[in-house]
Design a protein around this ligand. Sequence first.
Ligand code: A3P
Length: 302
Amino acid sequence: MAVKPNVPSPFCFQGAWFFPPVSPRGLEQVESFEVRDDDVFVSAFPKSGTTWTQQIVSLVTSGSNFSEVSKIDMNKRVPWLESADLLGGPDAPPIISVLKDSPSPRLMKTHLSYGMLPKQAREGKGKIVYCARNPKDVVVSVHNMAQMNDLLDPLSWEEGLEKFLSAPPANSWWNVIPEYWRHKDDDYLLFIKYEDMKKDLRGHVVKIAEFLGRTLTAEQVDEVTANCTFTAMKENPATNVSRNPIMQEKVFKRGRERGIEFVRKGKVGDWRNWFSPQQLEKFEAFHREKMAGTDLTFEDEE
Ligand code: A3P
């Protein structure tokens, strides 16, 4: 029998399950976190294009030196609100306590559901860029992440798919994404889709810049776009974190052994390589039932 790797245990906070490096001490401080008018939250369900959106937001707000800014670790440019420093050990302070004293404008990443965001962000202070992706490609990307990240249980494809479908409401794609979608017309939230970004990256750079009140020349838009393509982000260890030698050693040893990278395939429709016909039928019936009350749809073919 294969030996199960020793991975950190998940923990429950307000009905949702989290894994390190999400920090229980950090989560406790989120609700009352003091949001500033020029704060930007990049929010997404895990494996939905978070890093891609972080890269665009970070570059459009940097104003210039796009290639240089691109070389700075993503976790430094757009830190993870509810986490603790991955490399800081068990006593590392929660990122949120560091962010309290960080200079403006602050950019932050989060995987929290809308209802768990800081109260002031839910009330419209600051801005939120939300990126959503079709759930079939999300579950495939989650599965591959679990195979390559030493902090996660490398469940089989079948086990991971079942877990995704039976997640408790607070972790379920089918609750979290429609909840954000209900805020798509709020002026402080921009809802974008991974599949639309694949079709028109440059257009999304412009859209995100406009939403954040940044004016870029056509040449600047071109430069930002060039640093946000799949190839550019795959080759860049600041965005493809499994190519960062320290991260590879600390977190992505399994990925190195199995040849899976953090910026992996970047396709719409990779799910076709994973689902059996029976799994697809079950998944799509579940999806139809759960999404019956919403007008949110996704393309899932390139
Ligand atoms: P795949 O595993 O399907 O390749 P997150 O940042 O939320 O963890 O999302 C990771 C997913 O976004 C991965 O999907 C990754 O390859 C993809 N991704 C990252 N940068 C991308 C880019 N510039 N273009 C397209 N997809 C990208």
